[in-house]
Every structure is written in C-alpha cells, then in structure tokens.
Write a protein that binds this ligand. Structure first.
Ligand SMILES: NC(=O)c1ccc[n+]([C@@H]2O[C@H](COP(=O)([O-])OP(=O)(O)OC[C@H]3O[C@@H](n4cnc5c(N)ncnc54)[C@H](OP(=O)(O)O)[C@@H]3O)[C@@H](O)[C@H]2O)c1
Length: 351
C-alpha cells in the first residue's frame, strides 16, 4: 500500500447520522482508500448544536468522539485550546483544509447551512456537503465564491446519496443538455410505501427508517414531500442554473395513502412511489412532487429504500441511475468521494 505523503485536515459541522457514519468508517475502509491516494486524514474539529464543540489541532480520536456522543456526553470534554462557543466561530477558527457541512435540513431557507458554507469558503476552506439546503437555495453564488477563492464546493451526497448524479452530468456527459427529469429521490417514503406493500403500517415503517438513520431529523419533511421538493430544486439549480424556492414546488406527500391504495396499485402490476418531476420551460423550471402509480418494469419502481433518477437529454436519450438499498453508508461514501475529488484536484498544489 502507498505511504501517506500528505495529511489533510478536516472538520465537521453537524455530527448526526451522516457525520458519525463517515467518522466511523475512517478507522477502516476509508482509511485504506485514502492511503491508496497517498493521504492521511486528521479530524481537527467537530461542532454540533447540543452535543458540544471540540477542536484539537493534533487530531481528534475517532473512537473517542463516537464513544463520547454515544454515551450522551459533550464533545467539549475533548476540546483543546481557547473556548469556542458557536458554530460560526468554529468555522472561522478550526485549523482545517476541508469543512463538511452535515447539519439538519432547513427546506424553507437552507439556513444556517448556507451561511456555514459561505463562511468556510470565504476563509479559504474547501467545502463538502450532503445538505441539499445550500444547493437548492444558493448554488450559483456558492460556486462563484469557491471559484474566486480557488476552492471546491462539492455536494454529491445531496441527491441520491453516494450514487453519482452531479458528477455524472458534469463529468460524463459533455455537451449534453438535460431537458427534464423524474425520480424517486426520497428513500424514506420509498421504504414506507414498500413496507405497506408487505402489509406493514406506515408508522412502523417510518420508525424503521429512523432506526436506519435515513429519515430526516423531522420525518414530516419526508412524508410531506419537502425533502423531495428541495432535491428537485437542487437539481434545477445544478442542471439549469434556475432557482426555484422549495415552497413554490407543487407538492403532495404520502400522508393520505392507505394500504388499500397500495394493494390496488399492486393488483394492476404497479407500485406507488413519491415522484419528483422537473422540466425546463424556457428560463423557468417546472417542478412537482406527488405520489404516482409506476409500472413495475420502470426504473423508478424500486423496492425498500431504493432511489432512482431518470434524465431525459437532448443528445444521449434517457439515462437512468438507481441506488439500491439507500443506506446511511451510501451517504457517508458521498462525503468520501467528494473528498477524494479534492485530494486528486489539489495534488501537487501548495495549500
Ligand atoms: N441521513 C441520510 O440518509 C441523509 C442522506 C442524504 C443527505 N442527508 C442530509 O445530510 C444532513 C445531515 O443528516 P443527518 O441524518 O446526519 O442529520 P442528523 O442526524 O439530524 O444530524 C444533524 C446534525 O447537525 C447538528 N446541527 C444542527 N444544527 C446545527 C448548527 N446550527 N450548528 C452545528 N450543528 C448543528 C446536530 O447537532 P446535535 O447533534 O447537537 O443535534 C446534529 O449533529 C442533512 O442535511 C440531511 O438532509 C442525510
């Protein structure tokens, strides 16, 4: 195995399901993947809302931070140096090269995540996020800021977790314009509807999604279609540079769907799924979220927590990407994949 010739310092703002899973993998498979790129990672800081803030320029021990939050103890007990009371101050001072923004989704304004990203970029850090809020609300200005600072702002995990969507379009489809898209972009509702097909209750299935760490902190954002709407807006921003406020997306959730509805769809060889649709119409984007009956042979008719996206393009026909399973590990991988993009693009560059 290649010897690590370079240390990359990373800090996390937000340490919930995604942040903890990422840090847990740093001790095993991610360590090896980074080593293969000649890189050793040092986690120099973690900031949360209620679990404290810790900075240690020499590096926080992954096992200790995970043990600390599992035991319900504050991360502040691991902090070294001058006290740091707010996330903003944390972002302004933590000794890091890359900031991961993995705080809770705010669908209506994308805050404080957008401010976190902006503050870090202004400071000259690269930023990686799985939070779709900043992408839906502010992608063009954040990208412009990153360009001015010669840094990267990457967000592959914000739609379809670790399955490539933004990278696919940007890197693998040169010259192509996406005309429209449709997708099952919310794994929680796919899991709930899939479990209802098996005769389980929606409430029970939602609890399962929470146990798996794939539901939003407030699962109403999944059930009512908010999460899916923000993902549609993130795609409209990235694909077309068009900002649609999530509140303007025509949105119907799955809250009124009964097991009878699910059974009737199954009898006709179909399944019910929450579908996001987007189309570019001149300078505008038309976006909607609603439950639809889908033929079982369609790529969107996945099982359990599967998610999928079908792009209709001008030059390359229809392209479908499917994420099987949709686990928290796949979201954590999105952070690693963006990190490796930064590692590769800055190889040989002076920091
Ligand atoms: N879970 C998934 O499968 C998944 C998939 C794709 C994308 N995402 C996105 O990834 C992000 C994180 O998801 P998650 O499941 O890890 O959420 P989570 O478990 O609810 O964790 C959110 C974390 O953010 C922290 N936080 C909230 N506001 C903060 C603030 N102002 N300053 C500092 N920390 C703050 C919370 O602090 P406390 O610990 O003190 O509460 C918590 O540690 C969300 O935006 C979500 O939409 C999640």
């Amino acid at each position: 195995m290649r010897h690590a010739s370079r240390t990359v310092r990373v800090a996390l703002v937000g340490f919930g399901n995604v942040g903890r899973t990422f840090v847990a993998h740093l001790q095993g498979s991610y360590h090896d993947a980074l080593r293969r790129e000649g890189v050793a990672l040092r986690v120099t800081g973690i900031a949360t809302r209620r679990h404290g803030i810790a900075i240690d320029p020499r590096g926080l021990d992954a096992r200790s931070v995970l043990r600390q939050v599992k035991a319900g103890r504050s991360l502040a007990e691991l902090h070294r140096g001058p006290s740091c009371a707010t996330s903003r101050r944390f972002i302004e001072t933590v000794p890091a090269d890359v900031l991961f923004e993995v705080t809770t989704l705010d669908p209506r304004r994308g805050e404080p995540a957008t401010t976190h990203v902006r503050t870090a970029l202004k400071r000259g850090l690269h930023v990686i996020t799985a939070n779709k809020g900043p992408v839906a609300h502010a992608l063009p200005s954040l990208r412009a800021l990153a360009r001015r600072r010669n840094r990267l702002f990457l967000h592959e995990g914000s739609v379809l977790d670790g399955t490539p969507v933004f990278n696919l379009v940007e890197r693998c489809l040169p010259g192509v314009r996406v005309l429209s898209f449709r997708g099952t972009l919310n794994g929680t509702t796919s899991l709930v509807l899939s479990r209802m097909e098996d005769g389980r209750s929606a409430r029970e299935a939602l609890r399962e999604a929470q146990r798996l760490g794939i539901a939003e902190a407030d699962p109403i954002l999944d059930v009512d279609g908010w999460d899916a709407a923000v993902k549609g807006c993130a795609l409209a921003q990235a694909l077309w540079g068009i900002r649609v406020p999530p509140s303007r997306v025509l949105r119907t959730g799955i809250g009124r769907i009964t097991r009878g509805d699910v059974r009737r769809a199954a009898r006709s060889g179909e399944c019910l799924r929450l579908v996001v649709r987007g189309a570019r119409v001149g300078r505008r984007a038309r976006l909607s979220v609603r439950p639809e009956r889908i033929p079982l042979a369609d790529p969107l008719a996945g099982h359990e927590g599967d998610s999928a996206l079908v792009l209709t393009t001008d030059l390359a026909g229809e392209i479908a990407v499917v994420e099987r399973g949709g686990t928290i590990d796949q979201t954590a991988y999105a952070l690693l994949s963006d990190l490796l993009t930064i590692v590769r693009s800055t190889r040989g560059a002076k920091r």
